[in-house]
Design a protein around this ligand. Structure first.
Ligand code: F0G
Length: 476
């Protein structure tokens, strides 16, 4: 049987004709053209031309934001000076206003994106010695790669609730027992503790303030600095406000400040909750023991930044980028924005659930995760068939792009086997997402017949999901 034979289906909802893209305004593509493109891309979604995605491009919520009118207006005030551009000082003020950290008391290192900040931090920490370990509630893949690339072991302490079908309000939490065990056994080898909020590798699930405080206490007990990976700090705050005792009446802005009072520093990709199309930063608080003990590190990171990104006052960003981030950071901490953002993600999740698609619950902040092990239950598919790759590949033919973050991306033995539907900010309307869900449903109904994906290139490469190529073959 031709593994693609059942793709010619009709959906209940249609996407809007032209979604925020000039390219899409000019071209219409047929399924045949998409099929040719998908084959040319080796069924690797990253290699598929985005202009062909009329349905919904849910590959990532990173840098895919549509700028608001306020951001676009601010962009024109971007000052493209080599040193000390206007936006830099605005950004310092914004960081103080949003995170509650004063420019005087912090080292702020600007980078063009989050992983560049991680690269700088872990390159220097890697020099502390050999056999180091960095525990986290869930390292994101670039964070893990940057840690491991410097000879450090990246350890995930996912919460016990994450893998349970039972409701838990904060499945993104750090497993405190696992963390304490590590700290007890190996304190000498742990240079910092890391917390990702929200927990992208852990189903986009939020972290409670209580858990952050408990981790802070453990770090204090074992004299370890605590760093956040704060990419989705504002979305996390929405969950704290809405689900955690004692926070309902607090302003989002106040909760954000409380959260950032707990850490010694943080890395952030400003392409998520910065609402930027580019941007990242590393912040280290100067009054902490970590900063005081590692003065040389502060200087070496600055050199690293200058060597790789440019002058500290622009750090790989244009003045225009910086201005959009200044406005973006203030927008994301408004109640209206967060209600509409998370509300949309949750309405998409509700509809998928209504269609009986097996998804991770409760829904996270930026994405809905389809559980591929459950999706393929009762079929011939096993993890080494990489059904998630075949499923995302076939969706390309309908102009829809999702991302496999499971058996292929993280290895066949990874605890989770997800396909992620990440929702770009301020970009889609709900009918676009209904269309995506309809396409998912139709393939779900055909799950027994879905092909397997056979890697023909890159199976053993590092970060293989970005590079591999596949052929789709009939399931046997
Ligand atoms: N940390 C987390 C939790 C992330 O989700 C990402 C990126 C990064 C760090 C790295 O930031 O892309 O600016 O270099 N996540 C994107 C995603 C790529 O699709 O989830 P970056």
């Amino acid at each position: 049987m031709n593994p693609l034979s059942f793709i010619d289906f009709k959906t209940q909802h249609q996407p809007r004709a032209y979604v925020n893209s000039v390219v899409r305004f000019h071209h219409e593509f047929t399924e045949k053209q998409r099929l040719e493109a998908a084959k040319k891309a080796g069924w690797n979604v990253f290699q598929f031309p985005s202009e062909m995605l009329r349905g919904g491009d849910l590959l990532s919520d990173s840098g895919t934001t549509t700028l608001t009118a306020e951001q676009t207006a601010a962009m024109f005030l971007g000052d493209e000076a080599y040193g000390s551009n206007y936006g830099y000082f605005e950004l310092l003020k914004t960081f103080e206003e949003v995170f509650g950290i004063s420019a005087r008391d912090t080292e702020m290192y600007l980078f063009h994106q989050g992983r560049a900040a991680e690269h700088a931090l872990f390159t220097q920490i890697g020099k502390f010695g050999s056999g180091l370990k960095i525990p986290s509630n869930g390292h994101f893949d670039t964070t893990r790669a940057n840690i491991e690339n410097n000879g450090i072991e990246a350890i995930d302490c996912f919460s016990k609730e994450l893998n349970s079908p039972k409701y838990a309000a904060f499945k993104g939490n750090m497993d405190l027992d696992a963390l304490e065990l590590l700290l007890k056994q190996d304190a000498r080898r742990i240079p910092i503790v890391y917390m990702t909020v929200t927990n992208n590798s852990g189903g986009g699930q939020p972290v409670s303030m209580e858990n952050m405080k408990a981790v802070r206490m453990l770090c204090k007990k074992y004299e370890k600095p605590l760093f956040f990976d704060a990419c989705r700090f504002a979305e996390n705050t929405w969950f704290v406000k809405n689900r955690e005792d004692g926070y309902a009446k607090k302003e989002v802005a106040a909760i954000v400040k409380e959260m950032f009072s707990l850490c010694d520093g943080f890395t952030i990709s400003l392409k998520k909750d910065g609402l930027g199309n580019m941007g990242g930063a590393l912040i280290i608080k100067k009054q902490t023991v970590f900063a005081k003990q590692h003065q040389q590190l502060l200087n070496d990171i600055r050199d690293h930044q200058i060597l790789t990104e440019g002058h500290p006052t622009y750090g790989g960003l244009t003045g225009r980028d910086i201005m959009t981030i200044c406005v973006g950071l203030k927008t994301v901490i408004t109640q209206q924005y967060l209600n509409s953002r998370i509300g949309q993600v949750h309405e998409f999740g509700r509809y998928l659930k209504e269609l009986d698609i097996p998804i991770l619950e409760p829904f996270g902040g930026h994405a809905i995760y389809i559980d591929m092990d459950k999706f393929f239950e009762g079929t011939k598919h096993t993890r080494p068939d990489f059904g998630g790759i075949a499923f995302t590949g076939l969706l390309l033919l309908k102009g829809v792009r999702l991302c496999e973050l499971g058996a292929f991306a993280f290895g066949e033995n990874h605890p989770y086997n997800f396909v992620r539907c990440a929702i770009p900010r301020n970009k889609y309307e709900i009918q676009d997402l209904y269309y995506v869900a309809d396409c998912v449903k139709i393939l779900f109904n055909q799950r027994k017949k879905l092909p397997r994906a056979v890697p023909v290139y890159g199976r053993d490469l590092t970060l293989r999901h970005f590079k591999a190529r596949f052929e789709l073959k009939e399931i046997v």
